[in-house]
Design a protein around this ligand. Structure first.
Ligand SMILES: [Zn+2]
Length: 44
């Protein structure tokens, strides 16, 4: 069995989905992360 690539094992931790609008945020992206943590327009 091949060893997993270290760069791939944290993939699930790099994105987050808003439970209200189901928008997926890229937490490695500064703007996306700010919108996820500080709020965004779910209605838009
Ligand atoms: Zn939302």
């Amino acid at each position: 069995m091949d060893k997993p690539f270290i760069g791939q094992r944290t993939m699930d931790n790099l994105t987050a989905r808003c439970p209200e609008c189901f928008r997926v945020f890229d937490l490695m992206d500064e703007v996306d992360a700010q919108e996820f943590y500080y709020g965004h327009d779910c209605e838009s």
